[in-house]
Design a protein around this ligand. Structure first.
Ligand SMILES: C[S@@+](CC[C@H](N)C(=O)[O-])C[C@H]1O[C@@H](n2cnc3c(N)ncnc32)[C@H](O)[C@@H]1O
Length: 218
């Protein structure tokens, strides 16, 4: 399979006439029914907003490397976390999720991988997990809550190293369904504190009413 490495461990390849992403993995077992071929695990942009972002902007998320320490807020059952775990293979991903049901599936994934630290907690109360975390290089958030910017700001203030990166997935319909998505998105960006917004991307055609914000801690 001909492929181009767009980030360490992240490959862009052509498969059945379409551009696909895949992460290099040592785990032979699929996590969400994805195809695995030649140690490359296909990464579905309709299931993962991070994959959608990387397909829209190959050079985004350059802060993701084998040694990146990452705080992941809104881990769910581990679809995207599993690909992040492939990428940060020499480091750790702290995966915060507040649904016990999702956490049960995430724990099954953690049994096969030793670089995911599962944390059952509310990301809106970051002080709760202070004893489990050290400063991180990258905060990734995908929580679909009305106070998404506030949750990101609190976690970055506490755990992100100065100069570190934030990738924030904003779901505008979780914030306000009465205003246009563009209005909600612009208002949410202004609520980010202690962070410089560098770029933003709408995640169409993969995710409707979703934006990715890339920011840096000041
Ligand atoms: C859209 S899903 C995340 C999907 C996941 N990021 C992926 O790509 O595989 C949002 C998740 O955030 C979790 N969540 C929402 N609010 C949260 C909070 N305050 N603290 C922790 N988890 C939260 C939800 O339970 C849900 O599992």
């Amino acid at each position: 399979m001909a492929s181009q490495e767009i980030l360490p461990g992240v490959h862009l390849l052509e498969w059945e006439g379409k551009k696909r992403l895949a992460t290099l993995t040592s785990d032979p077992q699929p996590v969400y029914g994805e195809r695995i071929a030649e140690c490359l695990r296909f990464w579905d942009p309709f299931r993962s907003k991070l994959a959608a972002l990387l397909l829209k902007c190959n050079s985004c998320a350059s802060s993701l490397t084998a040694n990146t320490k990452m705080l992941y807020l809104g881990a769910a059952t581990g679809t995207t976390v599993s690909h992040v775990s492939d990428i940060v293979r020499e480091s750790l991903v702290y995966a915060v999720e507040f649904s016990p049901r999702s956490m049960r599936d995430l724990l099954r994934l953690c049994e096969r991988r030793d670089n995911i630290v599962p944390i059952l907690a509310d990301a809106a109360r970051p002080e709760i997990y202070s004893s489990m975390l050290e400063p991180v290089d990258l905060v990734y958030q995908d929580v679909a809550q009305p106070n998404q910017a506030q949750i990101a700001s609190l976690n970055c203030a506490r755990y992100l190293k100065p100069g570190g990166s934030l990738i924030l997935m904003i779901k505008t319909r979780s914030i306000d369904v009465t205003s246009t998505p563009e209005t909600v998105f612009s208002a949410e960006i202004k609520k980010l504190q202690g962070l410089e917004v560098l770029q933003s991307f709408e995640l169409l055609p993969f995710h409707q009413d979703h934006w990715a914000i890339l920011a840096r801690k000041i």
